[in-house]
Design a protein around this ligand. Structure first.
Ligand code: ZN
Length: 219
């Protein structure tokens, strides 16, 4: 969703958060040798209505993505989380129930992140290494608590606000007009009607492929 921060994927593969207004200067050069890599990410799932549809589009284009899932949705639809992982995508932590992590006590933070870790590990077979805070809401406390749990905080650099349902054409153009090597693209497979996101996806993938981009998982 809306955030004042953006991420820069460093050549070494590390991802750090930087203020959006400095993202350009400090931002990704596209990895080693300026490789044209983009990172597709999907938040707020899994969702029985949209995750399978998005998975089938990704599969058709041979693209791997990173899914930041909510623990409560993993618990409700565990077979979907297993399917996401089985199809070669990375499943990562987006908290249990989408709170603003800045407002939580230490024990609540640890429950939100730790319970989600356990739910994902049980279904995806790996423990998330990355945490995307809901709303991109981060501060020093969130960062230090995440680090204490071994989590890297990951945000994004291209946000077409697909969750606000601006129309598939707007989602497509907002992505395609702003993407550059190293971009982390924020999309949503859960949290509401994501039919526009699914409708926008094939053209986004085919256009980026035609521009010479390859797709990688973030974490
Ligand atoms: Zn979210």
């Amino acid at each position: 969703m809306v955030g004042a921060l953006a991420v820069a994927a460093l050549a070494a593969g590390a991802v750090v958060a930087v203020p959006a207004d400095t993202a350009e200067a400090a931002g990704p050069s596209g990895g080693k040798g300026g490789a044209k890599v983009v990172y597709l990410t999907f938040d707020d799932g899994p969702s029985p209505a949209y995750t399978p549809r998005i998975l089938s589009i990704l599969d058709r284009y041979g693209v791997r993505a990173t899914f930041f899932e909510l623990g409560e949705n993993v618990a409700a639809h565990p077979s979907l989380t297993a399917q996401v992982a089985r199809q070669g995508h990375s499943v990562q932590n987006h908290s249990w129930s989408h709170p603003d992590l800045r407002r939580l006590s230490g024990s609540s933070f640890n429950a939100q992140v730790g319970d989600t870790d356990r739910a994902i590990r049980a279904r995806a077979g790996h423990t998330p290494t990355c945490l995307r805070p809901p709303y991109g809401a981060v501060n020093g406390t969130v960062r230090s608590r995440a680090a204490a749990l071994g989590k890297q905080v990951v945000l994004w650099s291209v946000d077409p606000a697909d969750w606000s349902r601006p129309g598939a054409a707007a989602i497509r153009s907002r992505v395609l007009d702003n993407v550059r090597p190293g971009s982390v693209i924020l999309l949503h497979d859960g949290g509401g009607d994501r039919s526009q996101t699914a409708a926008a996806l094939p053209t986004i993938l085919s256009t980026l492929k035609a521009r010479g981009y390859r797709f990688a998982t973030l974490c």
